[in-house]
Design a protein around this ligand. Structure first.
Ligand code: UDP
Ligand code: MG
Length: 196
């Protein structure tokens, strides 16, 4: 019996680049299921009886990246539970540990497509995250102090991962600084051109 492996698109970009916003639009238009690694971690943080709650909160507040064993298992469980076969994995992998863990645990089980890179200047990202914090995102990391740490983690740890995929010819880059509507126009073109 041959079972088709689930198709995976990684969605990467700085904090506030619009990954979540664009992913929900992609889901409305194409047959994809959106899995945000950050959302899964926040859910696990608040799950009663979770042994990882405090650890996750500490990492998130400090803009650090949670050990991959935790994140990757949350992703794998969510994929299985959904019963679906096409996934946007948003905000992962964001460092070498994430990528290595994914390769150990998942790469054989999936059909990796490409990385969607939402490229956005730091000033725009900061403005969006602080705006989101003020309009009640409820996130414990949408404040200036956490944001500075998230940006430095992004520059030091996540950008090299995007560069690695770029070197392998697996990145589709989008200018994420215009408004969401305009960005989605570009996103749509890429998905259609990729046969989705
Ligand atoms: N995070 C993590 N591993 C992941 C994804 C997220 O440790 O694979 C943590 C990390 O601390 C990050 C926070 O969750 O700063 C928020 O991530 P999210 O993707 O929700 O933020 P965004 O980049 O969308 O603003
Ligand atoms: Mg997000």
């Amino acid at each position: 019996m041959s079972v088709e492996k689930p198709k995976i698109v990684f969605v990467l970009g700085g904090p506030g680049a619009g990954k979540g916003t664009q992913c929900s639009r992609i889901v409305d238009r194409f047959q994809f299921t959106h899995l945000s690694a950050g959302d899964l971690l926040r859910e696990e943080r608040s799950r009663e009886g979770s042994e990882f709650g405090n650890l996750i909160e500490d990492y998130i507040r400090n803009g650090k990246i949670v050990p991959v064993e935790v994140t990757c298992s949350l992703l794998e469980n969510a994929m299985k539970a959904s019963g679906k076969s096409r996934f946007l994995i948003d905000g992962f992998p964001r460092n070498q540990d994430n990528l290595d863990g994914w390769n150990r645990q998942m790469s054989e089980k999936v059909d990796f497509q490409f990385v969607f890179f939402f490229d956005c200047g730091e000033d725009v990202c900061v403005k969006r995250c602080l705006g989101r914090g003020q309009s009640g995102s409820g996130r414990t990391d949408d404040n200036l102090d956490s944001l500075k740490k998230r940006i430095s983690t992004y520059n030091n740890d996540s950008l090299p991962i995007i560069k690695f995929f770029e070197g392998a010819g697996q990145v589709k880059r989008i200018d994420a600084s215009p408004d969401a509507e305009e960005v989605f126009g570009e996103v749509e073109k890429i998905f259609v051109a990729s046969g989705f």
